[in-house]
Design a protein around this ligand. Structure first.
Ligand SMILES: Nc1ncnc2c1ncn2[C@@H]1O[C@H](COP(=O)(O)OP(=O)(O)OP(=O)(O)O)[C@@H](O)[C@H]1O
Length: 665
């Protein structure tokens, strides 16, 4: 599999040109630009908004509708307690280090990555690269102030490559050791940064005027879904499994936002929480529908051997061989793959990478990322984590809310167990303020512990319990305060905390990767430089149809109005370009805006009411009457047909291909 970014037509991608296009055509632009902007904040312009809305629309149909998910829209402002309980206050952090000379704050893993990569590039150069690669590196180096062309030992190259393959897995101490071991210096100052410290990524705020209620802007939409679990289960008539879904903005105070939309501080997420009975073996009722979907997988074992060699296998095979842990996880990996395919992501540039054990978020027990290949390398765009019962359990424990499922057992369950009876009337007065803590510690004991305590109680008339925070941590309880006996209990209802499989989509990252995948340049017969085209599929393209009257002749006006009205009524976005620019220029401008179809109104339209329909990618045209063309457009937008089908159904228009004869806009 190739690891360099190329355009749709296999040309090397010139990111500078694409970036220029995306800003010029206002797909997105830095926020607050006239105030010099803030790193990691972007505004989307009209085509960016259109594309984002269409991606979300496909997402909602593909997941929420198709899978009957329960959609919720929860508050962004989240009280401190919720995120303290979920573990985000203590653990949602990245490692940063400070340059003691200029005070620059660096994200520790990115710093190590950048310096090692620059050294490897320097090594390549020293070993003698092709002239054009050298030139490219020279340009890059100018920007990055990176390493010189120094040849490294083969063993060192291998070591660096192994570190880079595992760069997401190091903790702060380990990153600090790498900085020391490889003598890594900030290229801007030539100085070694201070040891890494944890930096919490959440934006903290005060809710209300008193300033007493502390809160955060949510870093993910998931917690809103978890805290509503009991109500959602009720809404779903107590039926399991089910999934909730949410689309909304999340906020992370990234240490060093970079790479355009790929690492920002405010971004749109679309998240699914699929609740499943852990005793079902995490089976999925629709797994058979996905069994034969082929995925490209990079598993944990391969990575720990320092390799990035992928395996291509069906989801069925992957689950059978336990490469992927369970059916539900496998089902969602396949569904994610199909979604990415539907919106136009290049199939050769998708892989699923399993997290290493020490790379996973604090709540996860297994995790696979859908990574897309871009000019920035492989980028995580969708995380698919098995969060086990972590979140529901911690919220239930903290609040006492019943975030669990109660199911009537077909066969009652007879259980032999050690039970604890506490004499509460005597307990309170004896332990006073510590009464509740001692009681909880006693009730939290395992069956094994209870058996041992019962033995101790029988033999000595007392038991000794470990209770942190009470006295010296050891509490004596006599047999007139507590009894521990082995008894039989019959259970008619089963209670369990569901496990959660969570596919989590970063829409901005997907959108940017998709734009890279759909970008190419068309050679221009006029001898001019190549012209840019964004071949987004009609389903997600921001504007579907460009309408161009041949000239400013008034005779075309009624046709222009009529067609645009009909398209709008059919819910198809269109744009009229009746500017004085040549038709070629007008089409070319809209190829950059990804508009997949173009209608031309000319003198023949006035005579026989036929119009031409142009395909952006091939520039080929058909000619037919208005209604047939509009129906063809509808079927292309819905994804029911491809352009080849339209050419089979409607007469080809062999008129002059205007694009190639015009000067560049
Ligand atoms: N700073 C960000 N900017 C844009 N998108 C983001 C950002 N952080 C996360 N995402 C998106 O949200 C998705 C789910 O978030 P998750 O918490 O799994 O990311 P993450 O593992 O923290 O990402 P990373 O390791 O790249 O910081 C990611 O797959 C990504 O698409």
């Amino acid at each position: 599999m190739t690891t360099t970014a190329t355009t749709l037509k296999g040309q090397p991608l010139d990111r500078g040109v694409l970036d220029g296009l995306l800003r010029r055509r206002m797909f997105y632009t830095p926020s607050f630009d006239i105030y010099e902007g803030v790193k990691g904040l972007y505004d989307y312009g009209p085509p960016g908004c259109g594309l984002q809305a269409n991606i979300i629309d496909v997402w909602r149909k593909h997941f929420v509708l198709e899978e009957d998910m329960l959609e919720v829209d929860c508050s962004v402002l989240t009280p401190y307690e919720v995120l303290k309980t979920s573990g985000h206050v203590d653990k949602f952090a990245d490692w940063m280090c400070k340059d003691p000379k200029n005070g620059e704050i660096l994200r520790a893993d990115h710093f190590v990555e950048d310096v090692l990569e620059a050294r490897l590039k320097g090594d390549k150069e020293a070993r003698g690269q092709k002239a054009e690669e050298k030139e490219k590196d020279a340009k890059r180096k100018k920007k990055q102030k990176a390493a010189e062309a120094v040849k490294l030992d083969d063993a060192v190259v291998q070591e660096y490559e192994e570190v880079l393959a595992r760069i997401d897995n190091y903790n702060g101490d380990e990153l600090g050791e790498l900085i020391k071991k490889y003598d890594l210096k900030n290229p801007a100052t030539g100085v070694e940064p201070e040891p890494p410290v944890a930096f919490n990524l959440m934006f903290q705020t005060k809710i209300g005027p008193s300033g007493q209620l502390s809160g955060f802007l949510r870093p993910e939409t998931a917690q809103g879904q978890f805290v509503n679990f009991a109500k959602l289960l009720e809404y779903n008539q107590q039926t399991m499994p089910f999934a909730s879904a949410s689309i909304g903005r999340s906020y992370r105070n990234e240490i060093s936002p970079r790479s355009g939309l790929l690492r920002v501080r405010e971004f749109l997420m679309a998240e699914i929480e699929h609740f499943v009975d852990p005793q079902s073996g995490k089976k999925h009722p629709r797994f058979h529908e996905m069994e034969n979907i082929e995925l490209v997988l990079l598993d944990r074992h391969t990575q720990s051997a320092g390799s990035t060699k992928v395996k291509t296998m069906t989801v069925g095979q992957a689950v059978k061989e336990r490469v992927v842990d369970n059916e539900t996880l496998g089902y969602f990996l396949a569904r994610i793959h199909l979604f990415l395919k539907k919106i136009g992501v290049d199939q050769k540039k998708i892989r699923f990478r399993q997290h290493m054990a020490n790379e996973m978020a604090h709540y996860a027990c297994d995790c696979w990322d859908a990574e897309l290949l871009t000019s920035y390398g492989w980028i995580e765009c969708v995380g698919c984590a098995d969060r086990s019962a972590y979140d529901l359990s911690v919220h239930a424990k903290r609040t006492g809310a019943p975030l669990l499922v109660r199911e009537r057992r077909e066969e009652p369950l007879v259980i032999e167990e050690w039970q604890v009876d506490i004499q509460k009337k005597k307990f309170g007065p004896l332990f006073k303020k510590d009464g509740k803590t001692v009681e909880t510690a006693l009730l939290d004991t395992s069956q094994e512990q209870r058996e041992a305590l019962a033995k101790e109680l029988g033999e000595t008339g007392n038991l000794t319990l470990d209770v942190a925070g009470v006295g010296d941590g050891k509490v004596q309880i006599s047999k007139d305060l507590v009894q521990i006996e082995r008894r039989t209990r019959v259970e008619h209802t089963r209670e369990y905390t569901p496990n959660v499989i969570e596919p989590s989509f970063g829409i901005g990252r997907i959108l940017y990767a998709l734009l890279e995948h759909c970008y190419w340049t068309r050679a221009h017969d006029g001898g001019d430089e190549a012209r840019s085209v964004l071949s987004l599929p009609p389903t997600v393209a921001p504007t579907k149809v460009l309408i161009v009257p041949l000239s400013a002749n008034k005779a075309f006006d009624p046709f222009t109005k009529d067609i645009s009205l009909k398209l709008r009524k059919a819910g198809i976005s269109c744009k009229v370009d009746d500017s004085s620019a040549t038709i070629g220029k007008r089409y070319s401008r809209n190829d950059e805006l990804a508009t997949p179809m173009g209608i031309t109104i000319d003198f023949q339209t006035v005579q026989d009411k036929t119009i031409t329909l142009r395909d952006r990618d091939s520039t080929r045209q058909v000619r037919a009457d208005e209604d047939k063309v509009i129906e063809a457009i509808r079927s292309l937008v819905e994804g029911d047909k491809a352009w080849a089908d339209i050419e089979n159904e409607l007469p080809i228009f062999e008129g002059q291909e205007v694009v190639v004869t015009e000067a560049k806009s």
